[in-house]
Design a protein. Structure first.
Length: 145
């Protein structure tokens, strides 16, 4: 069934201080892709640098400034900028600015199952141990970069 999903709406998950509003998940796309609108807090924690072994990832900046580390090179993207990270490309991203930032993140094939587990991992009183986060990443086809 098709429907319009408004900004900030969808299946909401949180981790590392950011909010992820999934617009499409594997169950809706036959596993072809997942798409989220992600809001990053000012100065929020970046995911550990990694490589996807099972999917490609694409970013489209909606608001603010996003710092991308792409195969060891740091670049900053602003509204309207697009970044494609092909399968195997080393990367991470975050918001080093003083204001929140928003972007769309697409994974093909879908990766929403990872984010469900990441949400649970980060839902405790304290941030999880880095090794627990890296173990979760490995279970979902991500290798440290």
């Amino acid at each position: 069934m098709s429907e319009i999903v408004a900004p900030g709406e969808g299946h909401i998950l949180t981790a590392r201080g950011s909010e992820m509003a999934f617009k499409a998940v594997a169950a809706q796309t036959g596993g072809d892709f997942s798409l989220m609108e992600r809001t990053l807090p000012a100065g929020g924690r970046m995911p550990p640098a990694h490589r996807h072994t099972t999917c490609s990832e694409a970013f489209f900046v909606l608001d603010g400034a996003i710092t991308f580390l792409l195969d060891g090179t740091e670049e900053t993207g602003g509204p309207g900028d697009f970044v494609l990270v092909p399968r195997g490309g080393a990367h991470t991203f975050g918001n080093r600015s003083a204001a929140p930032a928003r972007l769309l993140v697409l994974h093909a094939p879908a990766m929403d199952a990872y984010f469900e587990e990441l949400h649970r991992l980060w839902s405790g009183q304290r941030p999880p141990a880095r090794e627990d986060e890296l173990a979760l990443m490995r279970r979902h086809g991500m290798e440290p970069a």
